[in-house]
Design a protein around this ligand. Structure first.
Ligand SMILES: *Cc1c(COP(=O)(O)O)cnc(C)c1O
Length: 237
């Protein structure tokens, strides 16, 4: 199947999942997770009508952007972000979804103020409480949202989560539901410098469950582009 055919198939599954949940399908955006796919393949996804692109690595972003990979669609950063690479990201992307620690939030704020702009961000929540994963606890995310007035260089637009790898369909519904509740809690507080418009959750294996639980943006890699090459486990002889 071509990239365009894959996207059409995802769109119809998104619509069915939204309607089954009594939601308007237009509430849910499709973000192409473009890691390890070259500029030409990303352009194909953009032409086939994804709503935005999400890049994981700064190095890939700076390679593909000049080649027009994302042209015409918003670009998001969705991977682990090191503070020494912020000059290449802040102001270059429409949204940084993966703000996963206080040090990074402070550094994005400083960089944006220096550049004279306001960077839109999401807070990444470690909703499964996994030790190996970054992200704030739900309690931390709530507290930070309440302090957003202290960070005039950023604008909090919502939350992102990557729940634990699920074994079977439905496993992650409880995490997605927790995220929706946190999202609504923060929205209701009407905090300064916060506008909760994006709840980014759901990937190739679980996006229908995420939509059922209130996701407004799914991030899809494999189901658009096919399986990514796995790094080789052993040296070839
Ligand atoms: C790779 C990636 C995705 C997409 O994962 P698939 O399972 O391939 O759809 C989504 N979000 C993030 C942050 C990713 O790194």
């Amino acid at each position: 199947m071509s990239i365009a055919e894959n996207i059409a198939a995802i769109r119809s599954r998104m619509e069915a999942a939204a309607l089954a949940a009594g939601r308007d399908p237009r509430e849910i955006l499709l973000c192409a997770a473009t890691k390890m796919n070259d500029a030409e393949r990303v352009r194909e996804a953009v032409a086939a009508g994804v709503d935005c692109c999400g890049e994981n690595r700064v190095q890939e972003l700076v390679q593909k952007q000049p080649l027009g990979a994302y042209s015409g669609k918003p670009l998001h950063f969705i991977g682990h972000l090191q503070t020494n690479k912020l000059n290449k990201v802040v102001g270059q992307v429409d949204l940084i979804q993966s703000v996963d620690r206080m040090e990074l939030l402070e550094a994005i704020n400083r960089t944006a103020l220096r550049l004279g702009l306001r960077q839109q961000i999401l807070l990444e929540v470690n909703i499964g409480g996994e030790a190996q994963k970054g992200g704030f606890t739900p309690e931390e995310a709530l507290a930070i949202a309440g302090r957003m007035g202290e960070f005039p260089g950023v604008f909090l637009r919502g939350l992102m989560a990557i729940p634990p790898i699920s074994q079977k369909k439905g496993d992650n519904c409880k995490y997605f539901a927790k995220m929706r509740n946190l999202f609504i809690d923060i929205e209701r507080k009407k905090y300064d410098n916060v506008s909760m418009v994006c709840l980014s959750m759901g990937m190739s294996d679980d996006f229908e469950d995420a939509i059922a639980e209130g996701s407004t943006m799914i991030r899809i890699g494999t189901a658009i582009f096919g399986a990514r090459p796995k790094p080789m486990a052993v040296e070839p002889r």
